[in-house]
Design a protein around this ligand. Structure first.
Ligand SMILES: [Ca+2]
Length: 252
């Protein structure tokens, strides 16, 4: 018997599985999967790998993705909930066991259908979800994301006057005033999917994108005068919301 997080697992017991739940995946969405080398991979949100990522989030367990063979075989799940692949044993997935054959596709390429049952299970050749020592059984529900994300500019505030990154005062002005260095800071969230990215624009031109919170952008060095800065947030299905702010840059 060993313990992973709040779960207790007995290696001899296969029923019930380690984790079982309904998993909602959003049609046409894309998610980021991070490898153990901290490389971000853009993966369809309705794949077997995206479903594992969603289950890990809900179940509060970790998983590790190895990208050593990404060019030939795709991404590789090397550990789930503290159980690492060892020797000939490893994590595999099966869709609609036992009615269908075990898939041969990379998990980030396998598109799940409404009502599919997905098992991520541990073991070697010939092991099935029923005979494995650890099984994550996911009942797939596919839904649509119909609403755009919310997005807000935290810095600079409207009417805020900033000198070298510090807010001095907030006045009832229709624009912000920025002297010297300042990091623009944005928050964004979405009820159905994740935030795919936040684009930062100055005068309608995209200057950079950020895919991780906190969403920030260095505002200095873009010329003095009155400009319109904007943050455009994209959710997991690329619905967007844009928020703008007028900023007077002084000797910038
Ligand atoms: Ca949305």
């Amino acid at each position: 018997m060993f313990t992973v997080g709040s779960f207790s697992i007995n290696a001899n017991v296969t029923d019930p599985p380690f984790f079982e739940d309904d998993i909602i995946l959003i049609e046409d969405s894309e998610v980021w999967i991070t490898s153990s080398d901290l490389v971000y991979y853009n993966v369809s949100g309705t794949t077997a790998l995206a479903a594992l990522a969603a289950a890990a989030r809900i179940g509060g367990f970790e998983y590790v993705v190895d990208d050593e063979w990404v060019d030939s075989f795709g991404l590789f799940v090397s550990e789930i909930a503290g159980q690492a692949n060892e020797g000939m044993d490893g994590w595999q997935y099966w869709v609609n066991y036992p009615d269908e054959d075990i898939p041969m596709d990379a998990a980030e390429d396998y598109e799940l259908q409404q009502g599919d049952t997905l098992d991520w299970f541990y073991g070697g050749y010939g092991i099935s979800p029923d005979s494995s020592t650890m099984d994550i059984k996911l009942h797939i529900i596919k839904e649509e994301d119909s609403s755009p994300p919310t997005v807000d500019i935290m810095v600079p505030k409207q009417g805020g006057i900033y000198v070298n990154g510090r807010e001095l005062i907030q006045l009832p002005l229709p624009f912000s005033i920025v002297l010297g260095q300042l990091n623009m800071m944005v928050t964004s969230s979405d009820v159905d999917t994740n935030i795919f990215k936040v684009s930062f624009l100055i005068d309608d031109i995209v200057k950079t994108n950020d895919i991780q919170t906190p969403y920030t952008f260095e505002l200095s060095g873009h010329g003095s005068g009155l400009h319109v800065i904007a943050a455009q947030s994209y959710d997991g299905v690329k619905k967007t919301t844009t928020i703008e702010r007028s900023v007077l840059f002084l000797s910038n």
